[in-house]
Design a protein around this ligand. Sequence first.
Ligand SMILES: [Zn+2]
Length: 80
Amino acid sequence: MLTCQECVDKLQSYIDRELSEEEHQEVAQHLSRCGHCADSFQFESGVLRVVARCGRSTAAPEEFKARIRVVVRTTIVETK
Ligand SMILES: [Zn+2]
């Protein structure tokens, strides 16, 4: 079982499908059991969908995504 911090650290790679099969399963399992991380996942994947839809003309989507990641992490720390 991953900790929440490990799950959040892997969330971006999970969404981008960059994890190994084993890691992907670990994150999926954690998300199915942890409301905080599931919320973060829904929030972040929702943001990424918006970025993907509008982002073709956006100059710095990576910077934008990095800012969102900081927000997600801060939210998790505060709700612990
Ligand atoms: Zn969690």
